[in-house]
Design a protein around this ligand. Structure first.
Ligand code: KIV
Ligand code: NA
Length: 263
């Protein structure tokens, strides 16, 4: 596989093709995901939950993210490596720039930040300095205590148009990719159609340009009740490699997500 870059994702979008993304936290799983053809790997701060056992992503530190980024970078193959800016990594512009610099030095190729229209200035400063940005909108897990739980966002028309406006503003500020979490499928589609940058969805319906899942969820390792958007790809697979391949193929063929995974 040729190295996947932002240009590859843009070309997919122009051609109406989809791509798959998956979280990765170490070199071995990164290699397996990359070998299965998964185009984008995310070192997500979900590692606070699935690796460290916390109830949220908030405790994850920059050092921890950098450590896992260095591990994933060694196994990532041709996949594009996206990395989360941890909670409060954007406490000031100076802090944002320093933290993003550390993530890029650790191997990030795209830095994902949570935040609405107010993140525009920070995104402008980052892109000016050569840091490509993915803006994460909709359900933003770093604000879970403010949101009052992991809930679908944008069910009402006002909030839906606010999310669409925010996405537009952040793309104007320089965001190269938008990630939408837990929004109605109709909003996922409207935002994907309105923007000319790739949109990645998780619980955002079948029409976004890319899809992403947390690895532990789709391998059915995560304990307890799974969110609606999760599918257990181990159920029909012989092994983890088969589950990754099946996920990738199902996304490419637009078989995943099905209606039962959408809001
Ligand atoms: O941290 C993470 O895994 C994420 C995905 C759920 C998009 O941000
Ligand atoms: Na995250």
């Amino acid at each position: 596989m040729k190295p996947i870059t932002l240009s590859t994702l843009q070309a997919y979008k122009r051609a109406g093709d989809t791509f798959s993304s998956l979280t990765a936290y170490d070199a071995s799983f990164a290699r397996a995901a990359s070998d299965a053809g998964i185009e984008v790997l995310l070192v997500g701060d979900s590692l606070g939950m699935v690796l460290q056992g916390h109830a949220s992503t908030l405790p994850v530190t920059l050092e921890e993210i950098c450590y896992h980024t260095r591990c994933v970078a060694r196994g990532k193959g041709a996949s594009l490596l996206m990395v989360d800016l941890p909670f409060m990594g954007n406490a000031s512009t100076e802090r944002l720039l320093e933290n993003a610099g550390e993530l890029m030095r650790a191997g990030a190729e795209l830095v994902k930040v949570e935040g609405e229209a107010w993140m525009a200035d920070g995104i402008r400063e980052l892109t000016r300095r050569g840091v490509p940005v993915c803006a994460h909108l909709g359900l933003t897990p770093q604000t879970v205590y403010q949101l009052g739980g992991y809930k679908v966002q944008g069910r009402d028309a006002d909030r839906a148009s606010q999310i669409l406006e925010d996405a537009r503003t952040l793309v104007e500020a320089g965001a190269s990719v938008i990630l939408l979490e837990c929004v109605p499928a109709s909003l996922g589609r409207a935002i994907t159609e309105a923007l000319d940058v790739p949109v990645i969805g998780i619980g955002a319906g079948p029409d976004t340009d890319g899809q992403i899942l947390v690895m532990h969820d789709m391998l059915d390792v995560t304990p307890g009740r799974k969110p609606r958007f999760v599918k257990n790809f181990m159920a029909e697979a012989e092994d983890i490699h088969g589950a990754f391949r099946r996920y990738h193929e199902d996304v490419k063929a637009r078989r995943f997500p099905a209606e039962e995974h959408c809001f």
